[in-house]
Every structure is written in structure tokens, then in C-alpha cells.
Write a protein that binds this ligand. Structure first.
Ligand code: M6R
Length: 590
């Protein structure tokens, strides 16, 4: 959801900034831009489209200080005019976030005769800073940002202020790093790629980058000292490692992600902070968005089945606006791959205010969510570059299922082992080759339905989201038994149905729905962990039998071919599965 970079050093800034933008491109890729300062004058290059399209325009940019931006449009269509940096009276600004009072502020500025050159909410920041600038850039940034409502991480260059970048953060992530050179970046891997020591700014703080010095300031501009972050980023170079796409590479990493994420909470001391809270937990609320929400749906089924603790799964963007009921003994689990999803962070904050203990389950150390929550479990899936979550979803499932098992044991119940799942997932991946044939049938479909009951429902939801996201085919994930209550009216020869069955107990019930849709002309593809299911009913090539496993954890296997199906369909349709249209990996605005 927009990535920002800043650089001060000895080298020409533009190539370093381009490198930084490439690392952040997962956050948005509808336009990109760079501003540098050369001999005290701003030079700007912007382009609509992806970062690579900016490279030739950036060749002319001189100077060894600059700021840069890759955009995911919120206010104003993707265009060169709306691309950042926005420049007004010698002030250049890049912004990640949303300014909620931009309209009023813009009208105020226009009433004073100021002219705007874009439709963005962000441009007003350049105007406010320019209005207050009297020779002290940091002070002008403090005063200018004081009027903003909403969220922002900004980097600012100013003609006449010397070779310095000022930065401010509220609600959107920002890191500053130093070494031979100084950098700003929206995430840790991008900052760590250029600097040895990296500092995370907190909300309401400011930074100044000059020479090889980073200085941090609190809201009153008192200088603050902070320990650099401790991190061990085995720099995954972000490359595709021989795979045609990141999405495919990341799916190949699923077995390892599951293995890394299995948290042996049972073995932890019963007196560890998380276990103490689990002992006192009588209700759970899971807050999350998108794919992470679907891991919550799967976790609800597992936690309730294994521990009998009731679980509510809440779409994070709905949570705080419905005045949620948080009873004594409620544990709220905020699930987020990036740890930067604004809706999930807002829900976690709301739950804390209401007295809940809040556990963050995230893949990204030092992400904003970890700041808000009482405890944290990392999913250790490794960096995920493709916008569509694949291995990170599996890692979320593994961690949540571990939590379900731990809770069950603390409540005096037993749970099946999770240890076989990395190997089972390896087997499921190998068997998923079969879906290549299914993709050919899907590419001309009008819409595609995914159906499942009980433990399979979460898989149906996720299979459908993945397909929509990368292939742009409409459809729905639906409870198999609910289809006949209305949605069946939409089913016919041009609406293939993917049925998921990971639980023997309800297999025949889901197969009833299979018969119903087939009678209406739909071709059915069956993903199952149950030997011989569907034989004699469906053509063999339309059945994918996965290794059998404990039903309660079966989404760890059944979702794998669904992800593969989405990928193969996207490729057949000529889409870029790594960067689907209109989307960004990390959604840092509400
Ligand atoms: O980083 P998060 O897990 O909080 O992201 C939540 C959703 O935006 C995310 O899962 C989104 O739905 C994915 N693109 C799905 O593949």
C-alpha cells in the first residue's frame, strides 16, 4: 500500500532508490517516482506503471540524496500526475497512508490561492509543509503534519534546507537505517539491504537523515536515543530461484513454512506468559482480513473441536465499528502476514482498549501489529513476495493449529499430532500437478464455486479468493449444504464447481451437493483426502486424492491444490500472478 524510500550517501541516489523501490514494489505498483536534490535544486521523474518503467527516466536524475515512492492508488486514478513525489514551492513529499481531512485542508489552501497539480490526498502535505517552512525543515514537518488526520509515513526533501531528508510517522510503517549511507524504507528487508543499523520509528516521531547520520525525535522534537533493531534476515534475495513466478516458488516452500511455523507451545513452560493467558482463556476472538481471515475460519473449527473453547472470527474492518463485546477471559488473536494491515491493527487496538489480552500472529518481526499486542507468535514462513498469500497462509494455519492443540491440552483434552504435516504437504504438492488440466476448463468459466462443509469450508473460501485474486474469475466459496438455499440458481454448464472433502464424517453430505450441481450441468472437480471418494461418480481426472490426514487439520493439505489451480489458471489467462491488478500485498490504509 505504497512504499517509500529515502537515501543520503556518497553514490548517485537514483539507482539506489530504484533498487529500494523494487524491494517495496509488492506494496503497490500503479505508478512510481523519484525526487533528488542536485546543487540545491529538486529533480523529479515519475511514471505510470511499474518501477521498471521508471528506470530510463531516472537516468537523468543527479544528486546523492533523494526520496522515492511506489504507489497503490487511494485518492486519484493511477497516472503520472498522481504519482509521488508531490512538489510544492521547493518541497517534495512521498507519502504512505491516507489523509482523511485532505479535502478540507486542500480547500483551505486553494482559498489562499495555492494551486494543486494532482487529485491525491498526499499533495496537501507538501502544501502544509511549504506554508510553515521558515528555514527549519524538521519544525515545518512537525507543524505541517500536526494538521493531518489519518495515517502517514512521509519523507521530505527541501530546496534550500541542504542535503537533508526529514521524515515523520503516524500509523504507517517507517524505518531509518545507517551505515556507510543513510536510508528510509517502509519495511525492514528494504532498510536492512542498505544499512547495518536499523531503527523503527514509532507513531508521532520524526527523523532527520544527513551524511551518514540518522537522528530520531519525539513529538516535541526532543532528540531520542534508541537501540537498533536486532534482526537476523537471512537475506532472501527476493529472487525467483529458477521458478517462473514468485507465487510458484512460494508454494514450493509450503512444507518448510509449515515445519518452521509449528510452534510447540505444549512443550513451553506452563508458566510462560502465553500459556498463563491460555489457561485463563474462555473465549477467543480472531480478527483478520482476506486470507488471514480464512486461516481464522479454519482455526475456529479446530480450536472449538479440540478444546471446546468458543471462537468468534471477525473481519477486522468490521470489528471496531460494531462495538464488540469483550468478556472477561477473552483472548483476541490478530492474524496478519505483514503485521501492517491497518484494519487488523485498528481491531487489535480496539480489543485492547476493551480489556482483552491480544496476541499477534504475524510473519514479520517488528511490524506495527507487534507494537500494539501483548504477545506475539511469529509464523516464520520467510519473505513472501507474491501478492497472493500462499506459504504464509499455511504457516498461519500451522501456528493456529498448534495453538488449538496447546489449548486443548491445557484444558485436559488431547489433540492429534501436527508433526507429519510438512511431509504430507510435500506429497500434496507433488499430487497437485493434476490441476493443470482443471485450469484449462476454468479459464473459460463464467464463474467458479468452491464448496465445503465443516473443516472444508475455510478451504473453499480461500480457494475462491485465490482464484479471484490472480485469475480475475468471479465466484464464491460456499458451505456445501447451503447452496440449495439459493445460490444453486446460478449453477450450470458454464460454472464449474470445486468440491473439497477432508472429513469422512461429512463426506456423503458434501457429495449430495456434488450430485445436485452435476444434475444442473456443472463440471465438478473434487479435492479430497479420502481414498476412493468420487470414484464411479466423477471422471478420474477430475478427482485429486491427497494423502489422508486428521480431518481437523486437513486445510493444511486441501488448500495446496486450490492455490495451484489459481496459479495455473492465471498463467493460462496471461495474467501476472505475482502482481494482480488493483491489489497490493500490504494494505496499510483503513
Ligand atoms: O498482511 P495481512 O495478512 O494482514 O493481509 C491481509 C489481506 O490483505 C491478505 O491476506 C490478502 O487477502 C491477500 N492478498 C490474499 O492473498
Amino acid at each position: 500500500m505504497c512504499g517509500i524510500v529515502g537515501y543520503v550517501g556518497k553514490e548517485r541516489a537514483a539507482p539506489v532508490l530504484l533498487e529500494g523501490l523494487k524491494k517495496l514494489e509488492y506494496r503497490g505498483y500503479d505508478s512510481a517516482g523519484i525526487a533528488t536534490l542536485s546543487a540545491g535544486k529538486l529533480q523529479v521523474a515519475k511514471r505510470k506503471g511499474r518501477v521498471e518503467g521508471l528506470a530510463s527516466a531516472a537516468q537523468t536524475l543527479q544528486g546523492n540524496i533523494g526520496i522515492a515512492h511506489t504507489r497503490w492508488a487511494t485518492h486519484g486514478a493511477p497516472s503520472e500526475r498522481n504519482a509521488h513525489p508531490h512538489v510544492y514551492r521547493g518541497i517534495a513529499v512521498v507519502h504512505n497512508g491516507i489523509i482523511e481531512n485532505a479535502k478540507e485542508l486542500r480547500e483551505e489552501c486553494e482559498a489562499k490561492g495555492e494551486v494543486f497539480s494532482s487529485e491525491t490526498d498526499s499533495e496537501v502535505i507538501a502544501h502544509l509543509i511549504a506554508e510553515t517552512y521558515r528555514g527549519d525543515l524538521l519544525l515545518a514537518v512537525k507543524e505541517g503534519t500536526a494538521r493531518l488526520k489519518g495515517s502517514y509515513a512521509i519523507a521530505v526533501l527541501c530546496e534550500g534546507a541542504g542535503n537533508v531528508i526529514a521524515a515523520a510517522k503516524r500509523g504507517s510503517p517507517l524505518l531509518a537505517g545507517k551505515g556507510e549511507r543513510c536510508v528510509l524504507a517502509s519495511d525492514l528487508p528494504a532498510a536492512a539491504a542498505f544499512a547495518k543499523e536499523v531503527y523503527a520509528l514509532k507513531d508521532g516521531e520524526f527523523a532527520l537523515l544527513k551524511g551518514n547520520e540518522v537522528r530520531l525525535f519525539d513529538g516535541e522534537l526532543n532528540e531520542i536515543r534508541r537501540e537498533p533493531l536486532k534482526f537476523d534476515l537471512k537475506e532472501e534475495d527476493g529472487g525467483k530461484n529458477g521458478f517462473s513466478h514468485h507465487m510458484l516458488k512460494e508454494m514450493a516452500e509450503i512444507p518448510a513454512s509449515i515445519a518452521n511455523s509449528l510452534v510447540n507451545l505444549q512443550a513451553k513452560s506452563r508458566f510462560s506468559p502465553i500459556c498463563i493467558v491460555l489457561c485463563q482463556t474462555y473465549y477467543i476472538q480472531i480478527v483478520a482480513c482476506g486470507t488471514a481471515y480464512h486461516s481464522g475460519v479454519a482455526a475456529k473449527a479446530a480450536i472449538e473441536a479440540l478444546s471446546r473453547v468458543p471462537v468468534e472470527v471477525c473481519i477486522a474492518s468490521e470489528y471496531r465499528y460494531r462495538d464488540p463485546i469483550v468478556r472477561k477471559g477473552t483472548l483476541v488473536i490478530a492474524v496478519s502476514q505483514s503485521g501492517e494491515t491497518a484494519d487488523t491493527i485498528a481491531a487489535a487496538k480496539c480489543a485492547k482498549e476493551k480489556g482483552a489480552k491480544v496476541l499477534a500472529l504475524t510473519n514479520v518481526p517488528y511490524s506495527s501489529l507487534t507494537e500494539v499486542c501483548d504477545f506475539c507468535i511469529y509464523t516464520h514462513a520467510g519473505r513472501e513476495v507474491a501478492v497472493a498469500a500462499t506459504k504464509s497462509f499455511m504457516a498461519q494455519l500451522a501456528a493456529l493449529f498448534s495453538l488449538a492443540s496447546a489449548l486443548a491440552e491445557l484444558k485436559g483434552r488431547s489433540a492429534p499430532p501436527l508433526a507429519p504435516f510438512p511431509a504430507l504437504a510435500e506429497d500434496a504438492l507433488a499430487r497437485s500437478e493434476r490441476v493443470k488440466g482443471w485450469a484449462k476448463a476454468l479459464r473459460s468459466a463464467k464463474s467458479v464455486y468452491f464448496i465445503g462443509r465443516g473443516y472444508d469450508y475455510a478451504a473453499a473460501l480461500e480457494g475462491s479468493l485465490k482464484l479471484k485474486e490472480v485469475s480475475y474469475l468471479p465466484g464464491e466459496g460456499y458451505p456445501a449444504g447451503e447452496l440449495k438455499h439459493g445460490t444453486l440458481a446460478l449453477v450450470g454448464a458454464d460454472t464449474p464447481v470445486v468440491a473439497i472433502v477432508g472429513d469422512k464424517r461429512i463426506a456423503e453430505k458434501t457429495m449430495n451437493a456434488v450430485h445436485e450441481v452435476r444434475s444442473r450441468g456443472a463440471r465438478v472437480f473434487l479435492v479430497t483426502t479420502i481414498e476412493d471418494l468420487g470414484a464411479g461418480i466423477l471422471p478420474l481426472e477430475d478427482i485429486l486424492t491427497l494423502p489422508s490426514c486428521e480431518a481437523v487439520f486437513s486445510p493444511l493439505l486441501t488448500v495446496i491444490p486450490l492455490q495451484m489451480l489459481a496459479y495455473e489458471t492465471a498463467v493460462l489467462l496471461g495474467n501476472d500472478p505475482d502482481k494482480p491488478r488493483n491489489l497490493a500485498k500490504s494494505v496499510t490504509v483503513e
